[in-house]
Design a protein around this ligand. Structure first.
Ligand SMILES: [Zn+2]
Length: 80
């Protein structure tokens, strides 16, 4: 795993290293998803996962990305 040390600025921001952005195809103004792991923050490009659970296998519904599991769960709850 490649590592680069960056300093968090006085407002809590960091700059994503350009080489990392280029490798992952993350462009300026793109959205990213941050997840809290055990002693780490995981960051990935947004737009390829379910908006509710982060799962894969998504479909778009009215501009929202959802996985089949979440669609099925919503449909089940709507019937109740
Ligand atoms: Zn989901």
């Amino acid at each position: 795993m490649k590592q680069i040390i960056r300093q968090i600025d006085e407002t809590g921001r960091i700059v994503l290293p350009k080489p990392f952005r280029e490798i992952l195809g993350v462009n300026l103004k793109d959205n990213v998803v941050m997840s809290l792991g055990e002693n780490e923050i995981i960051l990935r490009k947004a737009g390829t996962e379910c908006s509710l659970c982060g799962g894969e296998g998504i479909v778009e519904y009215r501009g929202i990305l959802l996985c089949k599991n979440c669609v099925d769960d919503i449909a089940t709850r709507a019937k109740d």
